[in-house]
Design a protein around this ligand. Structure first.
Ligand code: C5P
Length: 229
């Protein structure tokens, strides 16, 4: 039996950071579902499959050779057909590709089982857009993290600069806004808070504030008796 905690929300809301910290703290597995869509976007580009070609994308989604590894230093590594694509995967260009391939309902269906297989004991932190609404509707705890567009773009800006990407803040705000619109406005599993999800606006909160709130919620929900911070 696996305890499932879903963390959904738009990009830059802090899902990745919180999910990874939480998984480490609780000794749970971690599903970065955005990484699956990003890898599918990269695979489509590599094999010249147009982002509008649903059939081609489904075939890729079903057969793409991907692997996630944790390095000896504890960092996350993504492999596509044996090649380390961790850095390429995190660029804004790949994010746009991901959000395009993610808009097809049948492509999402083709990735559903792959995602559900991550739910193994003792538990899973599932990070994405539709974790609580579609992939794990029976999750024990559902969180919806958000923050203002400007704050989220600022966070992405800092992150990308640290990685050495050449980005402009106004362009990034525009990219974040249009990606949100596509993710929230699509027919297939649009981004929205799941029923019963606890919503947290992280604009004014530190990472530690958010961690404390989420850990408290796990105790309130009866998932753990108490958690020593
Ligand atoms: O979370 P991340 O920014 O890596 O996600 C990249 C894109 O993948 C999102 O903008 C969204 O379009 C898509 N995605 C999705 N459903 C998920 C996770 C990501 O549609 N569960």
């Amino acid at each position: 039996m696996a305890v499932i905690i879903t963390i959904d929300g738009p990009s830059g809301a802090g899902k990745g950071t919180i999910s990874r910290m939480l998984a480490k703290k609780l000794g749970f597995h971690y599903l970065d579902s955005g990484a699956l869509y990003r890898l599918l976007g990269l695979a489509a580009k590599r094999h010249n499959v147009d982002t509008g070609n649903t059939k081609g994308l489904i075939t890729l989604a079903e057969h793409m050779d991907i692997r996630f590894d944790i390095t000896a230093e504890g960092s996350f590594k993504a492999l596509l057909e044996g090649e380390d694509v961790t850095n390429t995967m995190r660029t804004e260009n790949t994010a746009v590709l991901a959000s395009q391939v993610a808009s097809h309902v049948n492509v999402r269906a083709a990735l559903l089982k792959r995602q559900q297989h991550f739910a193994t004991a003792p538990g899973l932190i599932a990070d994405g857009r539709d974790m609580g609404t579609v992939v794990f509707p029976d999750a024990e705890l559902k969180i919806y993290l958000t923050a203002s567009t400007e704050e989220r773009a600022q966070r992405r800006y800092k992150e990308l600069l640290e990685k050495g990407e050449d980005v402009s803040l106004p362009a990034l705000i525009e990219q974040v806004r249009s990606r949100d619109e596509r993710d929230m406005g699509r027919d297939a599993s649009p981004l929205k808070p799941a029923e019963g999800a606890v919503q947290l606006d992280t604009s004014e909160l530190s990472v530690q504030d958010v961690m404390d709130t989420v850990l408290n919620l796990t105790v309130v929900k009866g998932l753990f008796k108490s958690i020593h911070r």
